[in-house]
Design a protein around this ligand. Structure first.
Ligand code: ATP
Ligand code: MG
Length: 367
């Protein structure tokens, strides 16, 4: 898909803005705090109906205004669509080709975007919780049923943990109640684990090749699921179900003593290895960044596989962190098929020889 026009009204530090000369590669250049990230954020908001930076839509409205609007014309395989989002104190409205959508979920997906920002480095460097959230968000975007099982699992987990907190020193009636929760925990837990393993397998297929491309073949990236029980590559639901149940019964005394559920997808993790070494522990800053980037770029291919069209790519403050070779490889990988929006504080920080055809936008004080 291709963004033909973008208009903003009272959005962040933009009073009004109307852009219509986008190319395949678009560079947003400007000093700090001028509105570069705000522009990329506006595009992501059109894709997801919410920002990656805040859960509070109010923050998107310019200081001193009561409402904001973002709209764009998107060229897709089967024609052009007009997207519009309006934010006010009363909430948000989403319009597709001028028609207000009753459900925001009917609007999501009209524009697909993949954003890579500096904080995504945490997917590699950060805690297991950050990696689980990455998995949950990415799988949820393409598979709504995943989100259903995740919500159910979290509900059961909460109830089961409450029960475990009161279980210490209690009689056998607790065991009977635990068995009831176990069944539901395992039912949803197994679906989550299976979908995560499938996703990682598909992501790995793309991420490995992309990583090799960016690093010139020098680095082999490996993704692996780190389960709290059983084998990493077991995907058979019946087997997983049985293993989960056995593990729960083995852990019972310990869980009662500690008052919480100690195994299941909420304790699982994802690991990255570069040439056999764990990236979180041994990777350089640049290697960790390239790993995170390869993951995001692999998502582009996954979305393409899923919907038959490439999403747009938003690269916020990423390019200047990569060496010129990696920059060139990155841009060349997607230049022809994925419309890309890149922010940077100066054109000097970018390997300009590869960007002769880029459209350059100078961003200054919200203009
Ligand atoms: P950097 O290079 O530092 O990342 P940037 O160009 O990406 O800078 P943005 O994050 O886009 O900067 O923010 C630009 C300005 O927008 C900031 O100074 C911020 O204070 C301002 N801003 C953020 N939200 C609002 C708002 N709701 N109303 C008005 N201004 C806002
Ligand atoms: Mg910024």
């Amino acid at each position: 898909m291709f963004v033909k026009t973008l208009s903003l009204q009272h959005y962040r530090n933009y009073e009004t803005l109307s852009l219509d000369s986008f190319g395949n590669v678009n560079l947003m250049i400007g000093r700090n705090a001028q509105g570069k990230t705000n522009l990329l954020e506006a595009l992501l908001v059109l894709a997801l109906t919410k920002s990656h930076r805040t859960a509070k839509d109010k923050e998107l409205i310019s200081f001193g205004s009561n409402n904001a609007a973002v709209s764009a014309e998107i060229e897709k395989k089967y024609g052009t669509v007009n997207l519009e989002l309006q934010f006010s104190n009363q909430g948000k409205k989403a319009k597709l080709n001028g028609l207000e959508q009753r459900k925001l979920s009917d609007f999501v997906g009209a524009l697909n975007a993949v954003m890579f920002a500096p904080e995504d480095l945490e997917i590699v460097k950060g805690t297991p919780g950050i990696r689980r959230r990455f998995l949950d968000m990415e799988i949820g975007q393409v598979q709504p049923s995943y989100l259903f099982h995740l919500q159910q699992y979290q509900k059961v987990l909460l109830q089961r943990n409450n029960l475990l907190k009161q279980a210490f020193g209690k009689g056998p009636e607790i065991t009977v109640m635990l068995d009831v929760w176990n069944e539901q925990l395992v039912e949803h837990g197994v679906k989550i684990i299976k979908k995560r393993k499938q996703f990682i397998r598909k992501l790995q297929k793309w991420a490995q090749g992309i990583h090799e491309g960016i690093t010139g073949g020098g680095e082999k990236l490996q993704l692996s699921y780190i389960p709290s029980f059983g084998e990493a590559d077991e995907e058979d639901e019946a087997v997983l179900l049985q293993q989960f149940m056995i593990k729960l019964s083995q852990m019972r005394d310990q869980e009662i003593r500690r008052g919480m559920t100690l195994c299941g997808p909420h304790r699982d993790d994802l690991a990255f290895h570069i040439n056999g070494n764990e990236a979180q522990v041994y990777g350089s800053q640049g290697q960790q960044r390239t790993t995170a980037l390869s993951l995001k770029l692999a998502e582009i291919e996954l979305i393409h596989e899923e919907i038959g069209e490439y999403p747009i790519l938003l690269l916020d403050d990423v390019l200047s962190e990569l060496d010129p070779y990696r920059q060139t490889q990155l841009i060349e990988t997607f230049q022809s098929k994925v419309q890309t929006f890149i922010t940077a504080t100066g054109i000097e920080s970018i390997n300009a020889s590869r960007l002769q055809d880029a459209s350059i936008f100078h961003v200054q004080e919200g203009q």
